[in-house]
Design a protein around this ligand. Sequence first.
Ligand code: FE2
Length: 167
Amino acid sequence: MSTEAVANSVQLPPLENPNERAAVGAELQVVLQDLIDLSLVGKQLHWSVVGAAAHGLHLFLDELVGEWRELADVVAERAVTLGFVPDGQSSAVAAGSRVEPVAVRSLADHVVVWELGRRVAAVAERIRARLESIGAADLVTQDVLVRVVGALEKQQWLLRVQLGEKA
Ligand SMILES: [Fe+2]
């Protein structure tokens, strides 16, 4: 074993499967891109919402943007903790995000809730689908992502009730 490998094995957290360290970093990178993009889409809708419920939604969207930025920070810092430097710059987000852009025009309040709700659900479902395999590589990263999914699913509920749907 080289000196560098010894140093790394002491400094970096020992994963359930250390061979998967880069793969776990790549998973966190993808989630980071989606969360940053949600925060950008949310801000776009904060500006473009119109209608009777626009004022409340305008304020609520800024709360959500703040939550996505916080979650992105937690995800990025988990990646760094594992020795993987994430890229949260606009070029990486534009190249890798799976969040659909929204139309650049005024959007009615109910359309905003619907369009945002399905994007939040899509991000949550994609992360949830990867939880088991991430857990096999690193249980602590799985825990971080479980909390991300929990937060996104709560947001889905808060959006859903605005459409008058029952819990
Ligand atoms: Fe604002």
